[in-house]
Structures are given as structure tokens and as C-alpha cells.
Ligand binder design. Structure first.
Ligand code: SAM
Ligand code: SF4
Length: 329
């Protein structure tokens, strides 16, 4: 079956934040002192997440991404990967990670056939990496990156581009795709940084494109696949490719296929809404799978046309002290 929203978009991709905790302090995501974490009892349990995935699988969801916070920071995260795998309902399981704790789990990921990893690396310069993440984990992350490459994972590197901070990293990061089969994704900065800074000047997707095109004139767009938020580009003789994600400009909403579930079980039908329903509280009332299914069908119909509509709905998260770490990026 296919689940359609009110704008005839097929919704088949769920992103779940398994924790709001993180061991880095990327300043576009969290203030230096961190955010107020949810008590453990407020988080969805692994059993609850697996149940949700089973219901969504029956509703036609085909792709799941685990994110956070840092997913590998949550105890026994691989058990959740195991139980998701056992469901045999998803075409692919994806993980977004900062890479600091990942290395030792590579054999298990291989065993489970989980090959799709997004690593967040905003700079290949150690000093700037440290300045951005406010931690000293560059060597660990680069080691994880190299190991994942050696082991043949499908790797994407997420780099948030920040005005006046790391625009000088755009070309070195792009260059990395010349000799490595990775997708380097440049992401516009969004205003979800836990209140650390207001009204950041946004370095737009067009500006990123111009810098890369100027250096590599053969840069050319690939056709978009279902639900893809990035515009992907190839460059002659590059092993990997380049993606640009207009996360702030929101020019991709007409093909959005996502549903988000935050660490504490809040459903977000759009990244820019403030959370529309607590699926955790609903489940903890003892409802049946049928009731859960009906609720998801209802919730999907609430999905706004685009991120600007979500923002206007009055329930948006902009201007609030919200961190991407609790939303799940
Ligand atoms: N800790 C993991 C990581 O960093 O990959 C997963 C969670 S993180 C919130 C998921 C993604 O959101 C990362 O790629 C991160 O760069 C991105 N992100 C966080 N804050 C952002 C912001 N304000 N604007 C754009 N992207 C952001
Ligand atoms: Fe942590 Fe990821 Fe946020 Fe950085 S972007 S602080 S690694 S959750």
C-alpha cells in the first residue's frame, strides 16, 4: 500500500531520533552548555520504536533513518538495529552519525547489511572542525570515515555551510569526492541551534553551487530520485558526487516523502512544524495497532504543503530554543 498526504505525495520515509543527547556541541545545533535533555522515561523505548516501525511498515513505509542526538550514544543502539532488521519491512536502514563512536560497530553494521551511513563533517581542517564541534574528536571521526570507506559502505558526508565560518571548506570537501566514492552534501544552515544564535546570515544553496561550478565547470545535475531533498551533481572524473540541500530555502517540499519522530515521540509532519502529536502518550494509553494505524493515516493528512506553511501555522519551532539534536536532523 502507499500512504498519500493531502497533496498527493507518497509518504514512505520515517526519520527517528533515538536520543536527544550528544557528545559534540556543534554550534549550529546546540549551545556550548548543551540543552536540557529529556529524562530517560520520556524517550521512546526500543520496543515502542520497533512497534511504530512495524505499523509504518504495514502502511507502506520503505525507508527508515535513525538519527539523534548522537544515535550511537544511546545504550544498546545496535539492538534497535537488530530488531528493525528482523522486521524485514524496510528496503533500507540508514543512520546519521557524527562518527565519534561508530568505529567499533562497523562489523555489526556489516553483519546486519546496514550500508547507508551519513557522517557529519563540516570541515576537513582539524582546527575549524574543533571550533565548530567544540570538541577534539577530529582524528576519531576521520578514522571512522576511512574505515567505512575501506569496508565499502554507501557514505554521505553532511556539511552545514555557515556564513563566515566554513565557506572556505566547500572546495576541499568537494575535492574529497574526486578520489573517494562518497556523496558530499552541503546543507544550508537552519535556525535550530538551541537558541545559541538568532538570525544567522544564511549562505544559500545558490551561493554554494556558484563556488563549486566556478571551480569545476563540468558540474552537472543528476535527475532527482523519489523524495530526494538534495540536488545531486556529478563532476567529470570524480568518483563521488556532490549534493546541495536548500534546507532553509525549502525548494524541495513539493516532493517531500518524510515523517519525523522526535526522541520523546513527538510526530513532526514537517521539519518546520513544532510537533503535531505525541505518539508516545497515545501508545502509553494502551491503544491497539489498528488505532495506531488510523492515527498515522490522520496525521499524514495534516502534513502541510511546505515548510513555509508549517512556519505560518503558529506551531512552528522558529524563534524557539529548539535544537536539531532533539528534532533529529
Ligand atoms: N549527531 C548526528 C550527526 O551530527 O550526524 C545526528 C544528528 S544531527 C542533528 C543530524 C544532521 O543535522 C547533521 O548532519 C547535522 O549537521 C544537521 N544539523 C544540525 N543542526 C543543523 C542546523 N542548524 N542546520 C542545518 N543542519 C543541521
Ligand atoms: Fe551532536 Fe549532531 Fe548536533 Fe553536532 S549536529 S551537536 S553531532 S546532534
Amino acid at each position: 500500500m502507499q500512504l498519500k498526504d493531502s497533496f498527493d505525495r507518497t509518504i514512505d520515509y520515517v526519520r527517528i531520533a533515538v536520543t536527544d543527547r550528544c557528545n559534540l556541541r556543534c554550534f549550529y545545533c546546540m549551545p556550548m552548555e548543551g540543552i536540557t535533555y529529556e529524562p530517560k522515561a520520556h524517550l521512546l523505548t526500543y520496543e515502542e520504536i520497533t512497534r511504530l516501525l512495524s505499523v509504518l511498515g504495514k502502511l507502506g513505509f520503505k525507508k527508515v533513518r535513525f538519527t539523534g542526538g548522537e544515535p550511537f550514544l544511546r545504550k544498546d543502539f545496535v539492538k534497535l538495529l537488530d530488531s528493525t532488521n528482523e522486521l524485514q519491512m524496510y528496503d533500507s536502514i540508514h543512520i546519521t552519525s557524527n562518527g565519534t563512536l561508530l568505529e567499533k560497530h562497523i562489523p555489526k553494521l556489516k553483519e546486519l547489511g546496514i550500508k547507508n551511513i551519513n557522517l557529519s563533517i563540516d570541515s576537513l581542517d582539524e582546527v575549524r572542525f574543533k571550533k565548530i564541534t567544540r570538541r577534539n574528536d577530529f582524528t576519531k571521526v576521520i578514522r571512522a570515515l576511512n574505515n567505512l570507506l575501506d569496508e565499502g559502505f554507501n557514505l554521505k558526508i553532511n556539511a552545514v555551510v555557515m556564513f563566515g565560518v566554513n565557506t572556505q571548506d566547500i572546495l576541499p570537501l568537494a575535492e574529497f569526492a574526486k578520489s573517494h566514492p562518497v556523496n558530499i552534501r552541503f546543507i544550508e544552515e537552519m535556525p535550530f541551534n538551541g537558541g545559541y544564535k538568532k538570525n544567522a546570515q544564511i549562505f544559500k544553496a545558490n551561493d554554494i553551487y556558484r563556488i563549486i561550478k566556478n571551480e569545476y565547470p563540468s558540474l552537472s545535475a543528476r535527475p532527482k530520485s523519489h523524495g530526494e531533498t538534495a540536488t545531486n551533481y556529478q563532476i567529470n572524473e570524480f568518483k563521488g558526487d556532490i549534493g546541495i540541500i536548500p534546507a532553509f530555502s525549502r525548494t524541495f517540499c513539493n516532493t517531500c516523502n518524510r515523517l519525523r519522530i522526535t526522541a520523546k515521540g513527538e510526530i513532526k509532519t514537517c521539519l518546520y512544524d513544532g510537533g503535531v502529536f505525541s505518539i508516545r502518550d497515545f501508545m502509553r494509553r494502551g491503544i491497539s495497532d489498528e488505532e495506531l494505524t488510523t492515527k498515522f493515516v490522520e496525521l499524514i493528512k495534516l502534513k502541510p504543503m511546505n515548510g513555509f506553511e508549517a512556519e505560518k501555522s503558529g506551531k512552528n519551532t522558529l524563534g524557539r530554543e529548539v535544537s536539531m539534536s532533539s528534532i533529529g536532523g
